[in-house]
Design a protein around this ligand. Structure first.
Ligand SMILES: [Zn+2]
Length: 92
């Protein structure tokens, strides 16, 4: 793969990381609801910072269960996939 020109693939860049980090303490309390299913994200449960559908990953809609985030990406009812970017790899 080319070593340059990858800046367009910034769906999960530093900005994402910063927002996620700023939300993490609140999510860790177990009082934040999943943006997709509306259920509480329990303390210690895996979560992703979800993007609003159809925005091309430009808008964040908030924390989501990792399972909700991934199932939505995998079987979305929307026919077009704007960003075939790889799923984020969370290391914890
Ligand atoms: Zn959920």
């Amino acid at each position: 793969m080319p070593s340059t020109g990858t800046t367009t693939q910034r769906g999960y860049g530093a900005y994402h990381q910063r927002i996620r980090a700023s939300l993490a303490p609140r999510v860790a309390t177990g009082s934040v609801r999943c943006a997709r299913c509306g259920q509480l994200i329990r303390s210690g449960q895996a979560w992703d910072l979800g993007h609003a559908d159809g925005t091309g990953k430009r808008e964040y809609q908030g924390p989501e269960h990792a399972t909700c985030n991934r199932s939505a990406g995998g079987r979305t009812g929307r026919s077009r996939t704007l960003d075939p970017a790889p799923r984020p790899v969370t290391r914890w």
